[in-house]
Write a protein that binds this ligand. Structure first.
Ligand code: SF4
Length: 226
């Protein structure tokens, strides 16, 4: 029997990768031109869409709420002071922003950085669903209540569930605080929130990288409590 040139593993792999790239391009085009809800149409608050960024093959996906002022201005999730805190924590884990995939449930900034309600998040939810399907992370770190409620709408308070593994579509999800929450704390509350946040980050990191044994190699002793 003559071999079909398209069935060899190499060719199949290449076709899959081209197909995946095409899905990503289509997704980005849709996000960048989206007008589906008032957030994207309010040009005084939202000057551009802010799609996810980073490693599209990452075992770890970080999901936040939506762009704030800095993210809207720069066009990248988790920039500004909250982003700096997150970047520092990632660095302590031996990760860079580029090595993981970072995104938000909302791709446009709400006016006055107001917290979106569940119905508003739902309108944008298809984009994150597509990102999840394409990245297929081993673990998700959910930063803040809005992100957690995308996956688990019944959750009322992040404090009740942070640090506990949940599951969404077969993917382990670690809920934790948004870095902006940490930055708002003072005194003993700050010390506690930092400790809890770090513990959640380490858990998510280990879950994402444990299978290939990279967790220990990458972080060395860095995953000790801050
Ligand atoms: S927030 Fe989401 S649904 Fe609304 S316009 Fe922006 S990209 Fe579209």
């Amino acid at each position: 029997m003559v071999a079909d040139g398209y069935s060899s593993p190499d060719v199949q792999g290449a076709l899959q990768s081209i197909k995946k790239e095409a899905y990503w391009s289509a997704l980005y085009r849709q996000v960048l031109s989206c007008q589906k809800c008032p957030f994207g149409r309010d040009r005084s608050a939202s000057t551009q869409r802010v799609p996810g960024t980073g490693n599209r093959e990452s075992p770890l996906m970080l999901v936040g709420e939506g762009p704030g002022f800095d993210e809207d201005r720069i066009g990248v999730p988790f920039t500004g002071i909250s982003g700096a805190l997150l970047t520092l924590a990632l660095h302590k884990l031996g990760l860079t922003r580029q090595s993981i995939y970072i995104t938000n449930v909302l791709k446009c900034r709400p006016a006055n950085n107001r917290t979106p309600d569940l119905e508003e998040v739902q309108i944008c939810s298809g984009f994150l669903a597509a990102e999840l399907k394409l990245v297929k992370p081993r673990a998700i770190l959910c930063l803040g209540k809005v992100a957690v409620r995308y996956f688990f709408p019944e959750v009322k308070s992040i404090k009740q569930i942070r640090g506990q593994w949940l599951e969404y579509g077969g993917i382990p999800v670690m809920p934790t605080y948004h870095p902006a929450y940490i930055l708002r704390q003072t005194g003993a509350d700050l010390a506690l929130a930092k400790r809890q946040w770090w513990s959640d980050l380490v858990q998510a990191y280990r879950r994402a990288y444990q299978d290939d044994g990279l967790a220990e190699n990458r972080s060395g002793n860095n995953s000790q409590e801050q």
